[in-house]
Every structure is written in structure tokens, then in C-alpha cells.
Design a protein around this ligand. Structure first.
Ligand code: C2E
Ligand code: CA
Ligand code: CA
Length: 655
């Protein structure tokens, strides 16, 4: 028989056993839940699972999981299941508000039983509306996360101590899983951000390298034709040389210079000139093969690198290039027949490096141009015979392109009135290394290469501008410009002069074109025509160096000129040489008989001047009156008025 206390003890043991079994069941359930939740990495899923299981665990109608914001100022219901779940989920509430705020601030559980633990103030605050509510904190290993809240017991009643216990345990179990999932989420977000960043970086890199490529392209290409420029051509040439060395073959460089390009540019405008260059570039490209490079060296100069070619092959290519120019090029409404001069230089025969090859091809090109041939292969003899001249030609091209050739102006004196009546424009070129080069040296070179045409145009413009300046300062002068025989053969000359007169509103009658007697007599019939046309514009014409060209009197009579310039070789010796004196005198008489004025050149002394006066020569020009002067000095000289009236000077040459 069991005594009373025994019974009590047994009951207590039974009771404990029941509770133990319950605990064991709870633990089993909790670990099962924790295992499920712990294997989940999606935070959303974890919150959902936790909320559902917590609801079952404590039989709550609603479960929410408020999660604290990183700065601890607010919390968000990251999960809600049960009644009003949709409203609750994801709503965000300041930390100061509600039970959640209290739990999150105090980091301890809330349920009705906690009311008497609160201080007066807080108790009063919650007492009225503390319904059936339970809320336990969620504390992770690294940080405070938030809480799990149960609202209203299913089937009525209050949450009790056991519920609190269970939910507390549950929170402890799942907090790590939640923290991990949160961490995982953060990690994912960070990874995504990193990925996005990497993608952006990649994109920027790509854009940068594209920009770099563009820049690279710009640096080594000609912006107009998009062809390689001199730098890239030199580089391709270098590569060609290396390949040729390795494989023991030859390379070729062809240099091309378009004939009369400058005139097209000057008369029809840059747009037409540009279009022409682009068109020519395309034609050339069409006949070249893949390893060949076509480039534009500047102006109207092209170059073609043939990395593997014999001289014969290079000549064939050059002929093909010439062939592409046979068909006229049409730009806008204009159609041009264009020709080119080409020079060929071979590696290794004509140069071992790009710059020597470029120079050799250039020399060959000038030889072709001078001989009016289509093409020439470099020949060292061209260098040896006349290295200076070829270099001079190269430099002259640059000088003209860059308008480096200036003018000096020599006044002419009317011998009857003693006043200055005109100025002659004389070209002056100071070579960057050689110093001043005489016109007698560079003018023939310009004539041989056709450069004389753009050059004369520059001279005409400068001369008209200078004379205009004099006129504006009150000096009524005419200006003489020397015109070469090649200019007479230039179909554009007339129009160009007309345009300049228009542009500067310059009186045609104040422009004198000087043409040498020998130039006129080269083709007298032709000269008659073109001089007639120029004369019709109102421009005055003068025969220069008269007495040296054996004019036939019959032509002289028909030439529409107004002036003869007696060559200085007769004038300067006229006082000591009777023949010369006679020539001067009879030229003056002849001119007067034909109704022409005479100008005596090379007047170096006062006695010559006086002798000319006695012979009724009209005009004198020479050092005695003035050396050719830069425009500013000339203006000063005019202002000083030395020659307004006949000065009383000694026989010394005047400066
Ligand atoms: P030119 O047309 O007979 O020019 C006169 C030359 O005689 C000039 O030489 C001038 O400086 C020089 N001179 C002037 N007064 C005297 C003097 O009292 N004594 C001596 N001994 N010489 C005097 P420059 O400037 O050297 O020109 C030489 C030639 O070059 C010119 O002879 C002309 O044929 C040509 N030239 C000069 N400028 C041009 C130009 O713009 N175009 C063309 N086509 N030819 C030009
Ligand atoms: Ca002259
Ligand atoms: Ca002369």
C-alpha cells in the first residue's frame, strides 16, 4: 500500500515525466523545424517557414516577424501569416511605436505576464490594450535581428508561460538560420552589386578601348580621306622592310603627286578639291591588293607601300594607278581630267630605312614631274647630278604651300614729272637653312614643275594687296607683276586675275603684267591671243627684258602691249658702250613710234638717269632710285617724299 506522501511523490514523478516527454517532443519538433529552416537559404522562404511553424507551435492566429533596420530606427514586418497577414507584411514602423518597438528596444520578451515587471509609466501604457500578444526577440550571433510575434491564441484564451518558453526556444533555434539567410541575402546583394559593377566596368573598359582605337586611328590617318598618314606609311614601310629582310625579297614605295591639283583647289574651292582627293584615293584603293597600303602624305601627295614587289611589279602597279586616272573625275557638276607624276623607290636598292626610301621616291617623283613623264624609278644619278635642285624643289613646294615666299617692291620713276608712278613686285624667298635664294634660281625651278601657277597667283594677290595699301595711303601707283610663259598657257589665269581684281576692288588699269620678250616670242601667235584677252580686261601689259628676245617687228606691231622694258644689260653699260647706247636710243624711238612707253631698268647712277631723260625715256627703274623694298619700308620711303620732285643727288647708288 502506498502512503499519502508516496502518492504525492508518484504523482509528481508522473507529472514530471509527462512534462519531460512534452519537452522531448518539443525539442524533437524544434530541431526538426530548425533543420528544415536551416537548410533554406532564401530569406523570404525562411521567414515564411519560421512564421508558419511558430504559428503551429504556439497556436497563434497571426504570426509576424518584425526585423530591425540596420540603423535601428525602424522595423519592418518581413513575414506575416494568418489574419491580416497581407496588411501587416512589409509595413514599416518607427521603433518608438508599439510592442515590437518595446521588445526591440529592451531586447526581452513581451507577453501579458510581463505587465507587472514594467515600471509604472510603461505598464500604464500597455495595460489597456495588451490583448493576447506574445513577442520574443530574435538575436543572432552577430547582431540583434528583430523578433517573432504571436497575436491571439487560436480558439481564444491567453498565451501562457509554456508558449513563451517554446517561442523563446524556437527563436533561439531559428535565429541562426535567419541570420545566415540574411547574411546570404546581403552576400547575394553584394555579389549582384559587384556583378553589376563589373559589367559597368567592362562596358567602360570597352568604351575606353573603342575611344582609344578611334584616337589611334586619328593619329595615324588623314582625316579627309581616312587613309593612313605619313606616320603610318613610314610604319608600314618599316614592317615591309622587316618582312623583306626575313624572306629575302624586295619592297617598293610609290609616291604620287597629282598634277595641277592646286589650281582646281584655288579656282573651284576646297570642297571640290577635297572631293577630288577622296575620289582619287578610292580609285587607287580599288586596284591595290591586301598587303599594300595606300596613304596620303599631305596636299595632293599619295604614297603606296608594296611590301613584297619587284621593280617590274611596282612599275605595273604604278601604270595601273595611272590607268585609274584616265577616266575624268566628276565632282558636283565639274569633270576633271587628272594626271599624276609617280616616283618609285625600291628596298633595299634605293634605301634601307623608311625615311631614305621616302626621300628617294620623292626625288624620282620630281624627276618624273620635271621630265613631264608619268613615272620614274629612282636613280642615284639624279641625286648626284643635282642634289641641291631636287631638295630645293621639295622645299619650294613647302614654301608655296605655306605661303613663305614674300615680295619686295621696287618703285619706278616718271622721268618727265620726277614722281614715282609704279612699283614692281619681285619675289623674295628666304630658305630656312640656306638663307635667301635668288629668284633667278628658284623661278626656273618653279617653271619646270608647274608650281609657277599657284606661285604667280600668290604673287598677284600679295602685289595687289600691297599696292592697294599704297593707294589707301594716298600714293597713286600701279603695280607690275612678272608673269611666266607657263602662266600664259594656263587656262585659268584670266579668270583668276579677274576674281582678284573683283575681290580687292582693284582698278585693272593699275595692274601691269610683265612678260619677257623671249616668252612672247616662243609662240607669238598664241601670245597674241592670250595677251589680247588680258588686255581686254583693262590690265596693262609690258614686254620685259626687251632687246634680248629678237622680236620680229611684225609681231611687235600687233602685240596689244603698252610698255617696253629695256633690258638692264643695255642700260647699265650705255654710258661706256656706244652699241648699248644706240640700242637704248633706238628702242625708245621704236617704242614711241609704236605708241608704247619705255621703262629703262638697271638705272644705277644719276648720269644714266640724266642720259635717259635726254633720250626721252619715259620711266626709270633701278638702284639709283631705290632698291626693291619690303612693303613697310616702301611706304616709309613714299612718305619721306624723296622722289616727289627730282632730288639733287650725287652719283652714288641710293639705298
Ligand atoms: P626682272 O623682272 O628683270 O626684275 C628686275 C631685276 O633686276 C630684279 O632682280 C631687281 O632686283 C634687279 N634690279 C633692279 N634694279 C637694279 C639695278 O639698278 N641694278 C641691278 N644690277 N639690278 C637691279 P631680282 O629681284 O633678283 O629678280 C630677278 C628676276 O627674277 C626678275 O627679273 C624676274 O625675271 C624674276 N622674278 C622675280 N620675281 C618674280 C616673280 O614674282 N615672278 C616671276 N615670274 N619672275 C620673277
Ligand atoms: Ca620684271
Ligand atoms: Ca627685266
Amino acid at each position: 500500500m502506498h502512503s499519502g506522501p508516496d502518492l504525492i511523490a508518484r504523482r509528481r514523478i508522473e507529472d514530471l515525466e509527462v512534462r519531460l516527454q512534452q519537452k522531448e517532443a518539443d525539442i524533437a519538433m524544434l530541431s526538426e523545424i530548425a533543420a528544415v529552416i536551416g537548410s533554406e537559404y532564401s530569406l523570404e522562404k525562411v521567414f515564411e517557414l519560421v512564421a508558419e511553424r511558430a504559428g503551429d507551435l504556439i497556436q497563434a492566429e497571426t504570426i509576424t516577424i518584425p526585423v530591425l533596420s540596420p540603423d535601428g530606427t525602424e522595423y519592418t514586418y518581413r513575414a506575416a501569416v494568418g489574419a491580416h497577414a497581407d496588411e501587416l507584411k512589409n509595413s514599416c514602423i518607427p521603433i518608438e511605436v508599439g510592442v515590437c518597438g518595446w521588445v526591440l528596444r529592451h531586447r526581452k520578451a513581451w507577453w501579458r505576464g510581463v505587465l507587472n515587471e514594467l515600471d509604472e509609466q510603461e505598464r500604464n501604457r500597455w495595460e489597456q490594450d495588451a490583448g493576447s500578444l506574445i513577442l520574443v526577440p530574435l538575436i543572432g550571433k552577430r547582431q540583434f535581428l528583430g523578433g517573432i510575434a504571436g497575436i491571439n491564441k487560436r480558439g481564444g484564451g491567453e498565451f501562457d508561460l509554456r508558449d513563451l518558453d517554446l517561442l523563446g526556444l524556437f527563436a533561439g533555434q531559428v535565429s541562426i538560420a535567419i541570420e545566415n539567410a540574411m547574411f546570404f541575402e546581403e552576400l547575394n546583394a553584394a555579389r549582384e552589386a559587384a556583378e553589376a559593377f563589373r559589367a559597368r566596368l567592362e562596358e567602360s573598359n570597352e568604351r575606353l578601348s573603342r575611344a582609344n582605337e578611334e584616337l589611334q586611328h586619328l593619329v595615324v590617318h588623314d582625316p579627309l580621306t581616312q587613309l593612313p598618314n605619313r606616320t603610318l606609311i613610314a610604319d608600314r614601310l618599316q614592317q615591309g622592310i622587316l618582312g623583306a629582310q626575313r624572306n629575302r625579297h624586295t619592297s617598293a614605295l610609290i609616291m604620287v603627286d597629282l598634277d595641277h591639283f592646286k589650281e582646281v583647289n584655288d579656282t573651284l574651292g576646297h570642297a571640290v578639291g577635297d572631293a577630288l582627293l577622296i575620289n582619287v584615293g578610292k580609285r587607287f584603293l580599288n586596284i591595290l591588293r591586301a598587303p599594300d597600303t595606300l596613304g596620303r602624305l599631305g596636299g595632293d601627295e599619295f604614297a603606296i607601300v608594296l611590301p613584297k614587289a619587284t621593280q617590274e611589279e611596282a612599275i605595273i602597279v604604278a601604270r595601273k594607278l595611272q590607268g585609274t586616272l584616265q577616266k575624268p573625275v566628276s565632282v558636283e557638276q565639274n569633270s576633271f581630267s587628272i594626271s599624276a607624276s609617280m616616283g618609285i623607290a625600291m628596298y633595299p636598292e634605293h634605301g634601307a630605312d623608311p625615311s631614305t626610301l621616302l626621300k628617294s621616291a620623292d626625288v624620282a617623283m620630281y624627276v618624273a614631274k620635271s621630265n613631264r613623264d608619268e613615272l620614274a624609278v629612282y636613280n642615284p644619278a639624279d641625286d648626284k647630278h643635282n642634289p641641291d635642285r631636287l631638295e630645293l624643289l621639295r622645299d619650294l613646294r613647302t614654301a608655296i604651300r605655306e605661303q613663305q615666299i614674300g615680295l619686295a617692291f621696287q618703285p619706278t620713276l616718271d622721268l618727265r614729272s620726277g614722281t614715282l608712278v609704279g612699283i614692281e613686285a619681285l619675289a623674295r624667298w628666304t630658305h630656312p637653312t640656306r638663307g635667301p635664294v635668288a629668284p633667278s634660281e628658284f623661278i626656273p625651278a618653279l617653271e619646270q614643275t608647274g608650281l609657277i601657277k599657284p606661285f604667280t597667283l600668290q604673287v598677284l594677290e600679295q602685289a595687289i594687296r600691297a599696292c592697294k595699301r599704297c593707294q589707301e595711303q594716298g600714293f597713286d601707283l600701279s603695280v607690275s607683276v612678272n608673269v611666266s610663259v607657263h602662266n600664259l598657257r594656263d587656262n585659268y589665269l584670266e579668270q583668276q586675275i579677274d576674281d582678284l581684281l573683283d575681290q580687292y576692288e582693284f582698278d585693272a588699269g593699275k595692274l601691269v603684267l610683265e612678260i619677257t620678250e623671249s616668252a612672247i616670242m616662243q609662240d607669238p601667235e598664241y601670245s597674241l591671243g592670250i595677251l589680247g584677252a588680258l588686255n581686254a580686261m583693262g590690265v596693262r601689259l609690258s614686254i620685259d627684258d626687251f632687246g634680248t628676245g629678237y622680236s620680229s617687228l611684225s609681231y611687235l606691231k600687233r602685240l596689244p602691249v603698252q610698255q617696253l622694258k629695256i633690258d638692264q644689260s643695255f642700260v647699265s653699260h650705255m654710258l661706256g658702250d656706244n652699241d648699248d647706247a644706240m640700242i637704248v636710243r633706238s628702242t625708245i624711238d621704236l617704242a614711241h613710234n609704236l605708241g608704247l612707253h619705255t621703262v629703262a631698268e638697271g638705272v644705277e647712277t644719276r648720269s644714266v638717269l640724266e642720259a635717259l631723260q635726254k633720250m626721252h625715256c619715259d620711266i626709270a627703274q633701278g638702284y639709283f632710285i631705290s632698291h626693291p623694298l619690303p612693303i613697310d619700308d616702301l611706304l616709309k620711303c613714299l612718305e619721306n617724299g624723296d622722289w616727289q620732285v627730282m632730288p639733287d643727288r650725287g652719283d652714288a647708288a641710293a639705298g
